[in-house]
Design a protein. Sequence first.
Length: 379
Amino acid sequence: MKRYLFTPGPTPVPPEVLAAMGAPVVHHRSPDFRPIYERCLARLREVCRTESDVLLFTSSGTGAFESAVSNLVSPGEPHLVVSAGSFGERWAAMTTAYGADIDHLRYAWGETPDPDDVRARLAAREAKAVWIVQSETSTGVVADVQALAEAAKDAAALVVVDAVSSLGAVPCETDAWRLDVVVSGSQKALMTPPGLGLAAVSESAFAVTGSSPRFYFDWERTRKAQRVLDAPFTPAVSLVAALDVALGLLLDEGLDAAFDRHVRLGRAARAGAKAMGLELFSPDEDRSAVVTAVRVPEGIDSGELISAVRTRFGMTLANGQADLKGKIVRIGHIGWFDVFDITTALAAIELVLAELGADIERGVAVTAALEAYEHTSVA
């Protein structure tokens, strides 16, 4: 059976990227690897839109998360964590684990963080850093990081952004928006298998590293090695080679073109779901270009829908998390996707929902999705 991957990560990997992983393994300190490493690090700076160092770790995206926390947090320091879903809660859990005195600005899952709330909290209580999620894949919400960062900078706080699922899919202007740390991972819009985490780090962030113990994720150790095209510890050389190819594909397409494509994919997914008569959980706005979250009809468990779609059609969708489990289905469309992937997912959902007895409009989702993709322009 042909397999389809529609989760928010891992995401489908282009064949050129898989082929790079299948090449003979080279030594990480040999002349065979250094040109690949140098090019990959340069391309990462281009994708992050920064002149600063982008530190590359052999880890999941959560490892990149922890690098930020372990390097910036000292026990007892005040920090502001903004959360509106599972990954905002992860920022809160990590900073707490390292002893930060956190002010937790918590929103209901599905809400969008408000810059004015950030200003108010920082006016009432200073913070060394504000920790933000750009794309909250548990809900489909993409925050306005530029506005949130401006509010943080007005209070002289550092800005740390989880861009694990957003980097390469929606604009993330590290330097222009004065973001101090942007963390991401290989397995989302960067179209590479899981296993690499990265952190773009500003000089301001390097200057105020904290006192928490760290070794593997020590920023200065990694920066020093990378500047001479070395790595402090053995990197996943095959994954680095694959990421280099994937970044090349993304940059050949053009970042702005990739952002445009993701906006249109989001429009297509939302249009198809609404045409069926389903209610959106994620916002119906162009920023929702990473994941489309849809409420399942009353009386149907989303887990049952997901299981049936996978069994019958080989398609893997994502359930809701925490209190949303069983209530929503999430369709990921970050990375190596086109509109026919979206219509395939919508058609399968429509067929299974009808079989499960849902009162939905049949035969309209695909047409609506194609029209939304083809006949709209991105401003």
